[in-house]
Design a protein around this ligand. Structure first.
Ligand SMILES: C[S@@+](CC[C@H](N)C(=O)[O-])C[C@H]1O[C@@H](n2cnc3c(N)ncnc32)[C@H](O)[C@@H]1O
Length: 257
């Protein structure tokens, strides 16, 4: 597991990515289009397709500092956010308990700016719990869910197939998985033979979209596919602009014969 997600740099970049105001994330008039507010869009882009409601229970796997979990709680009566990074989970828990958190983000070099993460008071924070955990080895007793969100997680897992293979037992019949990822496969996170697509074999390229159809298609119907740009600020003059593929999957109901 990468130590990066326990670092000061990651905590700062992810608090800004999740909670920064638009002009803090991108303090220039020019810039890539449509990359802001990604952790919120990972929920809102699919809310109507799913029919999110207060009767629903949601799981945010790889929740980082928690923004998508809070967004899910606008609708869902119960949300569980799980992340491997202890430091990310500490931030998310503090935001849950206190509603706000002061942090510093990079201008450039060692020059830092002050930011404040705030949860919208319209969100009932009591609906959300956060815990540290491993998406590939989820603890017993988590129960089942109507919605599982996996935002930018699969290409950070050692064994993404193992995690996806456990989903049908986690999800209630007819329930949903929201899966978003830019499919940035790196051997520092995932050994090459465990990449989910992104490989070239003798018979040609095997894309991650195809691999997901093969793996998820065994138990789920694909309901939606969209392009989802996102912008992560490293410092005032350096950014990562990526385009995730967002897909929505619905667990097939087992029909009696
Ligand atoms: C690229 S970040 C995405 C975070 C968040 N979902 C978002 O979209 O901003 C990947 C996240 O997955 C977490 N992570 C990596 N491996 C994990 C694992 N095995 N179980 C749970 N979380 C993991 C990292 O700590 C990090 O928060």
């Amino acid at each position: 597991m990468s130590a990066y997600y326990e670092s000061d740099r990651a905590v700062s970049e992810y608090l800004l990515f999740h909670y920064g105001k638009p002009d803090e994330v991108l303090p220039f008039a020019q810039g890539p289009v449509g990359g802001l507010d990604y952790p919120s869009r990972c929920v809102t882009e699919f809310a109507d397709d799913i029919g999110l409601s207060s009767e629903m229970r949601a799981l945010d796997l790889g929740c980082a500092v928690g923004r998508s979990s809070f967004e899910l709680a606008r609708w869902c009566g119960e949300v569980v956010g799980i992340d491997y990074s202890d430091r990310f989970v500490q931030c998310a828990k503090r935001l849950r308990d206190e509603g706000w958190l002061r942090y510093r983000y990079r201008d450039h070099g060692e020059i830092m700016e002050e930011g404040e993460a705030r949860i919208d008071p319209a969100i009932d924070r009591n609906r959300v719990v956060f815990e540290q955990g491993d998406a590939m080895f989820l603890r017993e007793g988590l129960g089942t869910f109507d919605v599982v969100l996996m935002a930018n997680l699969i290409d950070r897992l050692v064994d993404p197939r193992k995690c996806l293979g456990a989903l049908p037992d986690l999800i209630r019949p007819g329930g949903f998985v929201i899966l978003t990822s830019p499919y940035t496969w790196l051997t520092e996170h995932t050994p090459e033979d465990l990449w989910l697509g992104g490989r070239v074999f003798d018979d040609g390229a095997y894309t991650t979209s195809r691999a997901l159809d093969d793996v998820m298609g065994q138990a789920f119907e694909k309901r939606k596919r969209i392009e989802m740009p996102f912008l992560i600020r490293e410092h005032r003059r350096k950014y990562q602009w990526s385009v995730a593929e967002g897909t929505l999957w619905q667990l097939r109901r087992v029909t009696e014969s």
